[in-house]
Structures are given as C-alpha cells and as structure tokens.
Design a protein. Structure first.
Ligand code: IMP
Length: 192
C-alpha cells in the first residue's frame, strides 16, 4: 500500500515509516511531485488537516494523511489554536509567539493549556480523523532548549519540566502528536 504523508519534513516521514510494516510505503509530497504550498485556510485544526489530505487525494489521486497541530490556552478562549504558528505574525517566529503568549497571560491565574494534533486520513474512499491531546500548563518563563515552537513554556501534566527540558523520547511518548500518530498506526496495522 502506498500512502502519502502530506509533509516534506524528512524526520517526521522517516519516523512514521519506521513504525509501520513494510507493506505500507509512505511517500512525501516531493516524491509525488507536489511542490506547491498546500493552502491551510480553515479556521479549525481539524479543518486544516482535512484540507491538506483532501488536496492531495483530489489533485494527485493518492490515499493520504495530513496533520495539523495547535496550542489551546483556556484563559484565552482556546487561542492561539489554529493560528499557533503565526500567533505573533506571518514571520512565524517561535520566540515572538512565546513572548506574545506570556504577555497575554500576564497576571492570569488560570494557565491551563493543551496541545491538540488532528490527523486526517483518506483511505479507500473513506475519511477518518485521529486526535491526540497533551494537557498541561503555560509556565511564567521559558525553560529548556530542546524541541521547537512553544516547548520552552509548556509543562505537561504530571511533570515538573517543560517539553523543552524533557528527552525527545519522553516527549514523543506523551505528546499530542505521538498520541495521534499511535492511533493512526494502530488503525493502519488493522486495515492493511
Ligand atoms: P504544525 O501543524 O505541526 O505545523 O504546528 C503548528 C504550530 O504549533 C507550530 O508552528 C508550533 O508553533 C506549534 N507546535 C506544534 N507542535 C508543537 C510541539 O510539539 N511543541 C511546541 N509547539 C508546537
């Protein structure tokens, strides 16, 4: 079975290929000749995952899955959510995004937040969604230097460290993306 992962992130693609049986071959966007930027214009995380997966299936005719992730902060009514990458502007800068979030949460007692990843899978004419959630809190200052994005200010439930202070393997076991990916993999193993 050939399945496109609507991503050009070589690490993500390699990681997921290693977790799947050899009978499932993961193809990148590059591998199918898709070099254009796929629109991510939906106003929900689910909507963007679906847009990306459908774009590939409709335009290139492949079964496909796509993911989208956002950080939802309770005291900010779920912001930045689907706008997490560009919270502080189109420059998509992680430092700017974290600084803005810390400013917007200044003096707020409720610092609860969650990361949410949705994977949309188009397979054999059917669409399926897989959701992974990591609950936690936004810290008052940055700590740690691993990972990316909001990792230095997100402390997952049950840990005293931020995502940026945890070993990557630990983060992958408890993360939103890790959980959504595990659900996808279990499904694919059952249906292959
Ligand atoms: P994407 O949908 O995976 O591109 O994620 C959108 C944005 O959410 C990223 O640009 C980051 O700002 C943020 N994000 C996603 N996953 C993580 C994570 O695991 N740690 C920290 N930030 C993340």
């Amino acid at each position: 079975m050939k399945l496109v992962f609507a991503s050009n992130n070589k690490n993500k693609i390699k990681e997921i290929q290693q977790l799947l049986p050899d009978s499932i071959q993961i193809l990148s966007l590059e591998a199918i000749g898709c070099h254009e930027e796929i629109p991510e214009t939906a106003d929900t995380i689910e909507g963007n995952a679906i847009l990306k997966a459908n774009y590939v299936t409709e335009k290139y005719g492949y079964d496909c899955f796509a993911d989208d992730t956002g950080l939802e902060v309770a005291a900010l009514n779920g912001e930045p959510g689907v706008y997490s990458a560009r919270y502080a502007g189109e420059q998509r800068n992680a430092e700017d995004n974290m600084n803005l979030l810390l400013d917007n949460l200044n003096q707020k007692a409720n610092r609860n937040a969650q990361f949410k990843t949705v994977i949309a899978l188009n397979l054999n004419g059917k669409q399926q969604l897989f959701t992974g959630i990591a609950k936690g809190k936004i810290t008052t200052e940055k700590s740690g230097c691993q990972g990316f994005g909001y990792d230095p200010i997100f402390q997952p439930e049950g840990y005293n460290e931020t995502f940026a202070e945890l070993a990557l393997e630990t983060k992958n076991q408890i993360s939103h993306r890790g959980k959504a990916t595990q659900l996808l993999i279990s499904y694919l193993k059952e249906t292959k």
